[in-house]
Design a protein around this ligand. Structure first.
Ligand SMILES: *[C@@H]1O[C@H](CO)[C@@H](O)[C@H](O)[C@H]1NC(C)=O
Ligand SMILES: *[C@@H]1O[C@H](CO)[C@@H](O)[C@H](O)[C@H]1NC(C)=O
Length: 233
């Protein structure tokens, strides 16, 4: 009897999610009472479990198709608040996680299975240019690369580094200047222009922070790297 009720409740939850009534706890509670539950916590926990499995990830408004990954990337705000990178439902870099820093904040993910290979920041102010270039060149074709600026990405930026990003689908990196905000998601080994890129230009007439432009953010579903059989990366 109890098991049947759980199955029924799960069905009700799925239907509600499909209808987009995802926060209708009242309706859920009602459904729970009808089915003989009288413990709100249990109902809510069941709902939240179901929702976290089937609901949109990274605060998107829709669920990504199964051959895509959800992402949301925000640049830092001036040199004060760090950037934030969410991928496939997990926040991988943020101020709160204390793993962001001035320069290029980068997550490298296996584009086939979504496994995070590395994440960290390249300090574009005090870092060594040879090390930064080597780090970027090491990223293998097929890897998804997520990048967010913080403070200033240009002091150590060279044309050769910009070309690496062009090779991942960037078009804006060529025009990123002192203290511009920049966010990017692309794929190593593809020259095709990415849909996921934004820049805000540092201009004292339009800046919203004294010496920096506004935050930029990108969010959406990025296609997985298909297997070699399909010959498309
Ligand atoms: C991603 O992972 C798959 C499965 O583990 C592996 O075959 C593939 O080589 C990896 N891709 C890259 C670019 O390392
Ligand atoms: C890249 O662009 C080419 C030419 O426009 C197109 O044929 C190809 O399918 C694109 N590749 C991807 C992965 O979108």
């Amino acid at each position: 009897m109890r098991n049947q009720a759980v199955v029924l409740l799960a069905a009700v939850i799925i239907v509600l999610i499909t209808w987009g009534l995802s926060n209708s706890f009242d309706v859920l509670e009602e459904a729970g009472y009808i089915l003989g539950f009288n413990d709100n916590h249990q109902i809510k926990a069941t709902f939240q479990r179901a929702y976290s499995i089937t609901g949109p990830k990274c605060s998107l408004t829709r669920v990504c198709p199964s051959d895509h990954f959800a992402l949301r990337i925000s640049s830092g705000a001036a040199n004060v608040v760090g950037p934030k990178i969410c991928f496939d439902g997990k926040i991988l870099m943020s101020n709160v996680m204390n793993n962001v820093g001035p320069g290029l904040n980068i997550v490298v993910v296996n584009g086939t299975n979504g496994q995070v290979e590395k994440c960290g920041y390249l300090n574009m102010d005090t870092g060594k240019a040879e090390y930064i270039l080597a780090y970027l060149k090491e990223i293998r074709p097929g890897m998804i690369v997520l990048v967010a600026s913080f403070d200033d990405v240009t002091p150590k930026m060279t044309d050769e580094m910009r070309e690496v990003f062009v090779g991942m689908g960037s078009t804006l990196i060529k025009s990123v200047k002192h203290r511009d905000s920049w966010v990017f998601a692309g794929k190593a080994g593809t020259e095709n222009r990415t849909l996921f890129e934004k820049q805000a230009v540092n201009d004292e007439k339009t800046n919203i922070y004294e010496g920096w432009p506004e935050i930029v953010e990108i969010a959406g579903c990025i296609p997985r790297t298909l297997t070699l059989k399909n010959r498309r990366i």
